[in-house]
Design a protein around this ligand. Structure first.
Ligand SMILES: Cc1cc2nc3c(=O)[nH]c(=O)nc-3n(C[C@H](O)[C@H](O)[C@H](O)COP(=O)(O)OP(=O)(O)OC[C@H]3O[C@@H](n4cnc5c(N)ncnc54)[C@H](O)[C@@H]3O)c2cc1C
Length: 262
C-alpha cells in the first residue's frame, strides 16, 4: 500500500511576531516546525505501512527552509520526501496550494492513500485536504481518528462534536487526521542519521507541468489585506451586585464602548 503524506512547515506559535508597522510576519524571528497535525498524518502512515507494507512519500510546498521539516520527516522513517519550491509558488492561498499539490501528486502517481493533517496551526483553514481530494476526484474523509484497511477499502472513524461517524471509502482515497490517531513516535538515531544524508528532490512549476496562472499569488482567489495582533487592554472591572444590577452595568459598558446600541 503506497501513501502520500502532505506536510506543511509552520511557524512555531510561540515565536510568531507581527511587525506592528507593516502588519506582516517577522520571518527572521520565526522558527519553522512540522505542522503538529501533520505529525499525526506521518504517524498514521507509518503504522499502516508497518501493518500492510508499502512506501511513504512526504510532500511539502514551501520556501527552501521547509527542507528541514522534510529531513525531520525522514528521521521518522518515511521512504522519500519531495519539496515543491519555486518563486512562482509564493503567496499561494488554499486554492493555489491544493492545485500545486495535486499536480505534484499526479506526477508521483501510484498511491493508495493520501494523508493530511486536519488543519494547520497558521492558516487553519482545513481546506487543503478536501480541495485536494476534489481536484484528484478522490473519495475523502476529514477529522479521521481511526483507520482500518480492508482489501481495497478503508473503514474510518470520523470525529464529530458529539460522537463519531463510521465511513467506508474505496481506495485510492484521501483522509485528514486528528491527534486521536495515536501517540507520535520518537525518531530513531538511525533515522536521524539517514535524514542528514538523504537527497530531497526539489520540484518547481515546470517539473509538475503547473499552469503559471493557477499557482502562487497569481492563482490565488483570496489575498491577505492585513494581519494584526489585537491590542491588549489593561483596564479591568469586576461587576458586582445582584444579577439584575450586573446585567444593567454590562449593558451600560457595551453601550458606552459602542458595541451595543439601544
Ligand atoms: C490569515 C492568513 C494569512 C496568510 N498569509 C499568508 C501570506 O502572507 N503568505 C503566504 O504565502 N501564505 C499565507 N497564508 C497561507 C496560505 O493560505 C496557506 O499556507 C495555504 O493555502 C494552506 O492553507 P492552510 O494553512 O489553511 O492549510 P489547511 O487547509 O489548514 O491544511 C490542512 C492540511 O493540508 C496539508 N497542507 C496544507 N498546506 C500545505 C503545504 N504548503 N504543503 C503540503 N501540505 C500542505 C497539510 O497536511 C495540512 O495539515 C495565509 C493564510 C491565512 C488564513
Amino acid at each position: 500500500m503506497n501513501f502520500i503524506v502532505c506536510l506543511k512547515q509552520v511557524p512555531e506559535t510561540e515565536s510568531v511576531r507581527i511587525d506592528p508597522k507593516t502588519g506582516t510576519l517577522m520571518r527572521t524571528t520565526v522558527k519553522g516546525i512540522i505542522n503538529p497535525y501533520d505529525l499525526y498524518a506521518l504517524e498514521a502512515s507509518l503504522r499502516l505501512r508497518e501493518a500492510r507494507g508499502g512506501k511513504i512519500v512526504v510532500l511539502s510546498m514551501g520556501p527552501p527552509q521547509a527542507e528541514e521539516s522534510l529531513r525531520e520527516a525522514i528521521s521518522y522513517g518515511v521512504d522519500e520526501a519531495i519539496l515543491l519550491c519555486d518563486r512562482p509558488f509564493a503567496g499561494a492561498d488554499t486554492l493555489a496550494t491544493s492545485y500545486t499539490l495535486a499536480k505534484a501528486i499526479e506526477k508521483i502517481g501510484g498511491f493508495d492513500l493520501i494523508i493530511c493533517g486536519k488543519e494547520t496551526t497558521d492558516g487553519s483553514t482545513a481546506q487543503v485536504g478536501p480541495q485536494l481530494a476534489q481536484r484528484l476526484s478522490l473519495p475523502y474523509a476529514t477529522y479521521v481518528r481511526k483507520i482500518d484497511v480492508k482489501d481495497r477499502e478503508i473503514v474510518v472513524e470520523r470525529s464529530l462534536e458529539n460522537g463519531y461517524q463510521v465511513l467506508v471509502l474505496p481506495l485510492p482515497a484521501l483522509i485528514t487526521v486528528t491527534k486521536e490517531i495515536g501517540r507520535v513516535r520518537i525518531p530513531s538515531i538511525r533515522g536521524r542519521m539517514r535524514a542528514k544524508r538523504e537527497n530531497i528532490p526539489i520540484w518547481g512549476a515546470n517539473d509538475i507541468d503547473a499552469s503559471l496562472e493557477r499557482i502562487g499569488l497569481k492563482g490565488s482567489a483570496t489575498q491577505v489585506v492585513n494581519i494584526f495582533s489585537p491590542p491588549v487592554k489593561k483596564e479591568r472591572e469586576i461587576i458586582e451586585g445582584s444579577a439584575e444590577d450586573q446585567a444593567k452595568r454590562l449593558l451600560d459598558i457595551l453601550e458606552t464602548q459602542g458595541i451595543l446600541k439601544r
